[in-house]
Design a protein around this ligand. Structure first.
Ligand code: IMP
Ligand code: MG
Length: 188
C-alpha cells in the first residue's frame, strides 16, 4: 500500500475554522437545541455524507431524547457547482409523522438541496420541521431558506473538511479549510 498523507495540507490554502472553534460552536448549538426541544419528540434527520461529523458531535451535545435518521441526496458531481437538480439516493427509514424534525446539514449554499429536502419531509406531516446547518454561504443563495440554527456564516469560497468534500476527498480533515483553486481547476 502506498503511503498517502492523512492531512493533505498542501491542498489547503487557509484554515477558515479550526477544530476548537467548531467544537465550541457545536456546544452552543447543542445547548440551544436542548432547551428548545425539552418535552418534544425530536427526530434528527442528517443529510449524508457531509453532515456526518457534525451530526456525531452535535447529537452528543443534545441532552433531550432523540432519534437519528439519514437521507442522502445528490446534486453535485465532481465539480464545485450545484446542478440545481436534486435526487434522493436514500430516504429516511422511519416515519416522522407527528414528530419534531430537525434537519442537520453541513452547509447551505444555493439552497437547492435544502429546499427539496425540507419539502420532502414536510409532505410526511411531521409536527414541526426546523433546520440546523453548520455553515451558511449566503452570497450564493438562489432559493430562500429559513435557518433556525446556524453555526458559521462563511464567505463565497469553496471549503472542505469536517465532512465537506471535493470529489469525495478531504472529509476527514478536523478543520474547515479553503481548498486551493488549482486543485479543483485541474480536476474539471
Ligand atoms: P446547495 O444545494 O447549493 O445549497 O448545496 C448543498 C450541498 O452542496 C452541500 O450539502 C454540500 O454537499 C455541497 N457544497 C456546497 N458548498 C460547498 C463547499 O464550499 N464545499 C463543499 N461542498 C459544498
Ligand atoms: Mg451535503
Amino acid at each position: 500500500m502506498r503511503a498517502t498523507p492523512a492531512l493533505p495540507a498542501d491542498d489547503i490554502a487557509e484554515v477558515l475554522i479550526d477544530a476548537a472553534a467548531i467544537q465550541a460552536k457545536v456546544g452552543e448549538l447543542g445547548a440551544r437545541i436542548s432547551a428548545d426541544y425539552r418535552g418534544r419528540d425530536l427526530a434528527l434527520v442528517s443529510i449524508l455524507k457531509g453532515s456526518l461529523p457534525f451530526l456525531a458531535d452535535l447529537m452528543r451535545r443534545i441532552e433531550v431524547p432523540l432519534s437519528v435518521d439519514f437521507m442522502e441526496v445528490s446534486s453535485y458531481g465532481a465539480t464545485t457547482e450545484s446542478s440545481g437538480v436534486v435526487r434522493i439516493v436514500k430516504d429516511i427509514a422511519n416515519s416522522v409523522e407527528g414528530r419534531d424534525v430537525l434537519v442537520v446539514e453541513d452547509i447551505v449554499d444555493t439552497g437547492n438541496t435544502l429546499a427539496f429536502v425540507l419539502e420532502h419531509l414536510r409532505s410526511q406531516r411531521p409536527s414541526s420541521v426546523r433546520l440546523c446547518t453548520l455553515l451558511d454561504k449566503p452570497a450564493r443563495r438562489v432559493v430562500p431558506i429559513e435557518i433556525d440554527y446556524r453555526g458559521f456564516e462563511i464567505p463565497d469560497r469553496f471549503v472542505v473538511g469536517y465532512g465537506l468534500d471535493f470529489a469525495e476527498r478531504y472529509r476527514n480533515l478536523p478543520f474547515i479549510g479553503v481548498l486551493r483553486p488549482e486543485v479543483y481547476r485541474s480536476a474539471m
